[in-house]
Every structure is written in structure tokens, then in C-alpha cells.
Design a binder for this molecule. Structure first.
Ligand code: ATP
Ligand code: MG
Ligand code: MG
Ligand code: MG
Length: 564
């Protein structure tokens, strides 16, 4: 590519809404342009990066035996009613209505659509297993779109869905996908970690997330150096209880800093709060319910203001709260609450950090955990706590370390959650009808670009791993308009590199060297060749790697071999 024919649109200023370095640099380097909240155009330079990520993902999916297809972004309401998710997915789902007054959503995920395909197209065990994937645009109406493409509303996801005759077969494919994901992130040159995770709105039994490690990551991860144990802290805290927490998707987040007081929470919810108030529990059915518990165990009717995105409150009974929390009488007892408030879909639950259960244990941390099953004793819950560095690892094999991560991939063993609800069945060897086992596997393709930049940057700009850089090499000729020798050498090397399959940018704009260098550094191009008369007189060109402290001289004739 010749810079004179390309669109380079770097800018000096970062946008004022950009909090993270990756967001600032993506805009400054001209990779993306904002259209509206959580909506971004990928400019030619950025699209080159996105496509490189996409192609590596595609390649690894193909190698793992998955089959690419492409499903519609717009999905009919009726499908989502079959699984019950039309009602519970919550305000993240963008609902739309056509001219015939029919309801649709812009797909936030595709379990329903693919299960519909499977039930219609798969009839015999002989056709299974199958693993389909697509790389496709999703829309989720995130409550607070931020961090540029990392938490956008419209974003590119690779989502795969597998179908099986048995749970063993599902586990096989799940493991294959685990390996494929590791290959993807290794090839992309990212530091990453796979951790046990909650299953979110997608549901199912087992799931793992892949995180790009970065201090700015939204998730806290706990891992054990002495063993394989690694978990999202949300999950670590849930499984510390011995309960299999299946936390469900956040339908509404009230963004408060952690460790706020009970009074703060009440203020945030615009509810009157007296000193005796000890707990706020938000419940979700179809209808959201807000209940306030007092220290004296009594449920207190309260008036409350409107929480954005949450309507139709109804007061829950204490029974309901206990039932939905799966806790025995007494558990909700004198409960002091503070911290993050989250409303969660599916059965229920709330919230929050730092509450006191009974008189015995002062410090629990229960964050977005939905107990699907009974908690036999209140004391079981006593193990839920703030995980801190040095805590014993739940597998008993060592101690926990903490780090932060950006979720770039998530794999799930769904089991029969969708196939049962939608009657995706096949005939087995004996002609018996059986429900299919399912898995699903997501990668945030567009989020990866931002995550990579969180990991790779310096004061000059982006440091892309070579496999995702918009160009492998930039050629900066000095005095192109004045020296025939420079022009000739630049053109020769440009052609040779192209022939060798190197993705090369020839900066033929006749800019000052300082401008060329600053721009290619900002854009994160990993290799730079500078061609000038002085070097050429000795048959040399100057080479500098993006992170090298010093440039070095190369024989002009060696550059292609060097850079291949
Ligand atoms: P998060 O916890 O960050 O909200 P999620 O758990 O809701 O993500 P999944 O349903 O697991 O997301 O979707 C699969 C992948 O899609 C995620 O691992 C993530 O990489 C990506 N993704 C999810 N939401 C967004 C978003 N708003 N913008 C960009 N990528 C996203
Ligand atoms: Mg989400
Ligand atoms: Mg998540
Ligand atoms: Mg997830």
C-alpha cells in the first residue's frame, strides 16, 4: 500500500470521553470514528487490524472443524419466547417493530436462531456432532457504553454453537474449542489467561472465560501459581461456598463504586432509608421487585423512585426473597448491605458487597450470584468473602494471586437448556427421539483490538503484535522528491517485500521524517525501514523495530530476508 493512496487520519487530541489509553490511541491513530454512543466506524486502517484478528479466529475455527455460516442480525420475537428469554434478557436487548407491527430484536446472541436451524435440519444421530460458527455483528444496549470498541453497543463477535448426541461428545468439542481459543490468543501475541466463569444470560453448566491481562480490565481474576486453578473473582467467590453459582446476566447495573454505604445505595435507588435498614434486595421475575429488609427481620414497604430501565415494581414477600435466594429462614436475618447493586435476570438476585449475615461472620462478598439450589446452612455462605491476595486456593493446592483481565472469549457447555425448550431432537441408533446436547463459544473480535492496545502501548502510541498490525513494515524514504537513488531503492524494496508476502506501507507522501516516524509509531507498525542517500551510498538502509531503543543498519539487499 502506498501512503499517498491510503487514508491516514491521525489526530493530536484524544476524545474527551476516552478514559482508557486504548480508546484514546484508537481514535488518535485513526482506526475508528465515533458515530454515537457505543457505535463506531472502522476506518480503513482499523479495518485492516480487525480483519487480521477475524482471519486468525476464522482459521483456528476451521482447523478445529467448525463450519462457517452467517445468520441474520434481526431475529423474530417468537423464537425468543420459546426459550423465555424475550422477557428476561432485559434492556440490553434492542427490540424493534416492523411495518406489520411484528416484534423483532437486533440479536445480542444467536442461541435461538441456531437451535431453530438445528431442529429443522438435523434429524439423525448420523449427522452429529456439528459445530457451526459465524463472525457477525451483535447489538447489546449496554447501560454504559465505554472504552471505545471494548464495551460498544454494536460489536463484532465470533459465535459458535455445537450439537451433540452425548455430554461426553460435548465435552470433547468444548475442549477442542478451548485449545482453538488458546491458539487464537497465542497467534495474536496476547498475554491471556483462561478462567472458570459464571454462565451469564447464556446459561448452562460449565463455562470458562479467556481474559487478556491488563490492569485496566473490568474483571478481577484469581489464580493459583501452584496449580491450574484460575477463576473470575465473581466465580471464585461463588464457588468458595461450594454452591454452583449460575449468575445470570446483568439486566441493569447501578454503577456505584464498591464499598459504598447502605445509605448510599438507598440514595442511589432514591429510597428513603432509616438507620434500621439493613438490606436491599432487588428481585426480578418478569416484573422487577424491590424489597427492603430491616434489621429486625421485618419486611418493610417502601416507596422508591424510578430506576432507569426498570419498571413495574412489585413488593416481594419475605418468602419469595428467601425462595429465590434459595436460603433457609433466618439467613436474610440482620443483613447489612453496601456496595454494588445489580439486578439480574432469570430467577432473581441482588447484589452487593460487604454485608453481615447473622451475627457470626462480618464480611461477605456476594456479587451477582444466583443460587440455583438450596443453601443448606447459613454457614455455607460464610465462606463467600472478598478474595484477597494470598488466600488459600479453593483446590487446596496453594495460594491465590490476583490480576485484572478483559474478557475476550467465553465458552459454555449449555447442555440441553435451549434444545429442550425448543425441542431440538434427533433419532438415535434405536430410532428413539433424544434431545441434543449443546455448547456455545464466543469471541469478542472487535474487543480484542482494544484489549491488545491496552497491553501494547507507550508514549509514542500503539505497539501492535505483528500478526494484528495494520502493516508489518513501513518504508520511510528521506528526500523522495529530490533523490532518484532513494526513490529507486524505496520502490525496489517495496516491490520485493510485497512479493515476499510482507504487508508493507510505502510512505510516499513526501512528509518530513519526524512526521512519518511519529505517525507510523502511533499506528503501531512493528518494523520501520528508513532509506536515505547517505546510507544508500554504502548500500545500507536503516532498520528500527517499534520497541527498539536504537536503529541499526542493514544491507539494502538483506532487508527482505530480514523482514520476511
Ligand atoms: P461482558 O462481561 O464484558 O459484558 P459478556 O459476558 O456479556 O461480556 P458474552 O455473552 O460472553 O459477553 O459474549 C461473548 C464475547 O463478546 C465476550 O467474551 C466479549 O469478548 C464480547 N462482548 C460482549 N459484550 C461486548 C460489548 N459490549 N462490546 C464488545 N464486545 C463485547
Ligand atoms: Mg455483558
Ligand atoms: Mg462477562
Ligand atoms: Mg461472557
Amino acid at each position: 500500500m502506498r501512503a499517498s493512496q491510503f487514508f491516514i487520519a491521525t489526530q493530536k487530541e484524544a476524545p474527551s470521553d476516552a478514559e482508557l489509553i486504548s480508546h484514546k490511541l484508537m481514535v488518535r491513530a485513526g482506526l475508528i470514528k465515533k458515530l454515537g454512543s457505543g457505535l463506531y466506524s472502522w476506518m480503513p486502517l482499523g479495518l485492516r487490524v480487525l480483519r487480521k484478528v477475524e482471519n486468525i479466529v476464522r482459521d483456528e475455527m476451521n482447523k478445529a472443524g467448525a463450519l462457517e455460516l452467517l445468520m441474520p442480525a434481526v431475529q423474530p420475537k417468537e423464537l425468543w419466547e420459546e426459550t423465555g428469554r424475550w422477557a428476561v434478557f432485559g434492556p440490553q436487548m434492542l427490540k424493534i417493530r416492523d411495518r406489520h407491527e411484528r416484534d423483532f430484536c437486533f440479536g445480542p446472541t444467536h442461541e435461538e436462531v441456531i437451535t431453530d436451524i438445528a431442529r429443522k435440519e438435523i434429524s439423525s444421530y448420523k449427522q452429529l456432532p456439528l459445530n457451526f460458527y459465524q463472525i457477525q455483528t451483535k447489538f447489546r444496549d449496554e447501560i454504559r457504553p465505554r472504552f471505545g470498541v471494548m464495551r460498544a453497543r454494536e460489536f463484532l463477535m465470533k459465535d459458535a454453537y455445537s450439537f451433540h448426541t452425548s455430554a461426553d461428545c460435548l465435552v470433547n468439542t468444548y475442549n477442542t474449542m478451548h485449545t482453538a481459543y488458546s491458539n487464537v490468543f497465542t497467534r495474536l501475541g496476547l498475554k491471556f489467561r483462561a478462567v472458570r466463569a459464571d454462565s451469564g444470560a447464556i446459561g448452562g453448566d460449565g463455562s470458562q472465560e479467556f481474559h487478556v491481562l491488563a490492569d485496566s480490565g473490568e474483571d478481577a481474576l484469581a489464580y493459583c501459581e501452584q496449580s491450574e486453578y484460575a477463576a473470575n473473582v465473581e466465580m471464585a467467590e461463588a464457588i468458595a461456598t461450594g454452591s454452583r453459582a449460575a449468575a445470570t446476566e446483568t439486566m441493569h447495573e447501578v454503577d456505584t463504586p464498591k464499598q459504598t454505604s447502605c445509605e448510599d445505595v438507598a440514595k442511589l435507588l432514591e429510597i428513603p432509608v432509616s438507620k434500621t435498614v439493613k438490606s436491599v434486595a432487588l428481585m426480578v421475575d418478569d416484573v422487577f421487585t424491590l424489597a427492603l429488609l430491616r434489621g429486625d427481620h421485618q419486611l418493610n414497604e417502601i416507596k422508591f423512585g424510578k430506576i432507569e430501565g426498570v419498571q413495574n415494581f412489585r413488593l416481594a414477600t419475605e418468602e419469595e426473597i428467601r425462595g429465590n435466594l434459595g436460603c433457609p429462614p433466618g439467613f436474610i436475618g440482620p443483613v447489612g448491605v453496601s456496595g454494588q447493586v445489580r439486578v439480574i435476570a432469570d430467577k432473581t438476585v441482588a447484589l452487593m458487597s460487604d454485608f453481615v449475615c447473622g451475627a457470626n461472620k462480618p464480611k461477605f462478598h456476594l456479587a451477582s450470584v444466583n443460587f440455583g439450589r438450596d443453601l443448606a446452612e447459613p454457614s455455607v455462605v460464610a465462606d463467600i468473602r472478598n478474595v484477597v491476595e494470598g488466600d488459600a486456593s479453593p483446590d487446596g493446592k496453594g495460594t491465590l494471586s490476583l490480576c485484572r483481565g478483559i474478557e475476550v472469549g467465553h465458552i459454555f457447555q449449555l447442555g440441553t437448556k435451549y434444545s429442550e425448550a425448543m425441542q431440538a431432537t434427533y433419532l438415535d441408533e434405536n430410532g428413539q427421539s433424544q434431545v441434543m446436547q449443546m455448547g456455545c463459544y464466543g469471541i469478542g473480535v472487535s474487543r480484542i483490538v482494544g484489549a491488545a492496545i491496552e497491553q501494547g502501548n507507550d508514549d509514542k502510541g500503539i505497539i501492535f503484535p505483528r500478526n494484528m498490525a495494520p502493516f508489518d513494515v513501513v518504508i520511510c524514504p528521506i528526500g523522495l522528491d529530490k533523490s532518484e537513488a532513494v526513490k529507486q531503492a524505496a520502490e525496489d524494496i517495496y516491490r520485493q517485500l510485497q512479493q515476499a508476502g510482507v504487508d508493507v506501507l510505502l510512505d510516499d507522501r513526501v512528509e518530513r521524517p519526524g512526521v512519518m516516524f511519529a505517525e507510523s509509531d502511533l499506528m503501531g507498525i512493528p518494523h520501520r525501514l528508513v532509506i536515505g542517500d547517505r546510507g544508500l551510498a554504502e548500500g545500507k538502509v536503516e532498520y528500527k523495530g517499534r520497541t527498539d531503543a536504537e536503529a541499526q543498519n542493514l544491507q539494502a539487499t538483506d532487508c527482505v530476508t530480514f523482514l520476511r
